[in-house]
Design a protein around this ligand. Structure first.
Ligand code: DP6
Length: 325
């Protein structure tokens, strides 16, 4: 193994249409439910893992700023996992760049850990196929298991480390737009990790949501494969609102939805009344992602523009290695 190895990988954020919300095994990041997502062609993370200048400890930067505290601990724990598998001990310099606002419920951990999984496993000499890469990325952040793949990806909940991974859905040409309405890109006050733990442990609505998620997943898979935007949108919207209901019922409650979120949801309803097929989904933050036909994206973006900045996204690619920087 070359001693001066470095690898750079790019991965794109994904947005779940059927959500992952709740772990049954926090150590292995095994979820209670399967989930299904669309990888975006915006919001990417580019990460270099460089082993060429051995240091006493891992050095991690994000957009040229040193990463410290809990975010650094998660990266180092992930590198330890890769080193253990590779039988290697050398520390790494990890340089990441995000084109997605970090920690604002815009799926930065999905692109972040997918890029890190690919760059770190390559730099440390592991040769992983896509399934193994998805399993590895999952250990960093559950949603990252899906960003290994482009297009639509289904993360099978599985029952152990081997069976819990994502797979790409066959491409059918179905390519909706997703209008991201960024009503607030500030850092969230409760991390998604803490919010889902609290929800699983204390919310009386959690179990019913898990039960309904199984049906949502099967219906969503079928709706994506037949390219049925209305069905995809309806299932995505009800699944996301249900997820937020579980958090609102947690003790203490977790509420990510802000007045601006609700204003965007109203605008989406208004669009539907006007005959535009537009459907909303929200993650662990106040921002809203609106699924629609590409031909309607500009109209949707205009309708929600009074409430925040908009970005129009389409279907994005799988994680990939790029030439070292
Ligand atoms: C609401 O993947 O960030 O975006 O596994 O604890 O790192 P950890 O959680 P994370 O949670 C994502 C939750 C979600 C829904 C989803 O992407 O499926």
């Amino acid at each position: 193994m070359a001693a001066d190895l470095a690898a750079t990988a790019v991965a794109h954020a994904n947005i779940a249409l059927v959500k992952y919300w709740g772990k049954r095994d926090a150590e292995l990041v095994l979820p209670w439910t399967g989930s299904l997502s669309m990888t975006l062609d915006v919001f990417s993370t580019t990460t270099t893992v460089d082993l060429s200048s051995p240091a006493d400890e891992d050095l991690v930067t994000l957009d040229d700023v040193a990463v410290t505290g809990e975010p650094r601990r998660r990266v180092v724990a992930f590198l330890d996992l890769v080193r253990e598998r590779a039988g290697r001990t050398g520390k790494a310099v990890v340089r990441s760049r995000n084109t997605v606002p970090t920690g604002a419920g815009l799926a930065s951990s999905s692109s972040g850990f997918a890029a890190l999984a690919l760059a770190a496993s390559t730099a440390y000499g592991l040769d992983l196929d896509a399934t193994a890469l998805s399993r590895l990325a999952r250990r960093g952040s559950g949603s990252a298991s899906r960003s290994v793949f482009g297009g639509f990806a289904l993360w099978h909940a599985g029952h152990d480390d081997a069976s819990s991974h994502a797979e790409p859905l066959p491409s059918t040409g179905f390519a909706p737009a997703m209008v991201i309405a960024m009503v607030d890109t500030g850092h969230k006050t409760v991390s998604s990790r803490e919010a889902m733990r609290r929800t699983v442990e204390t919310s009386p609505l959690y179990r019913p949501w898990v039960d309904s998620a199984a049906a949502d997943l099967e219906e969503m898979r079928a709706a994506v494969s037949r390219g049925d935007l209305e069905a995809v949108g309806e299932i995505a919207e009800r699944n996301a609102l249900g997820m937020h209901a579980t958090m609102l019922a947690a003790r203490p409650a977790v509420r990510y939805l802000s007045p601006a979120t609700v204003a965007v949801l109203d605008a989406v309803l208004e669009l539907r009344r006007a005959g535009v097929a537009a459907y909303a989904t929200m993650d662990a933050g106040p921002n809203v992602k609106i699924l629609c036909a590409p031909a309607d994206a500009e109209r949707v973006a205009e309708a929600v523009a009074p409430h925040g900045t908009t970005v129009v996204a389409g279907i994005g690619p799988a994680a990939r290695l790029v030439a070292d920087r």
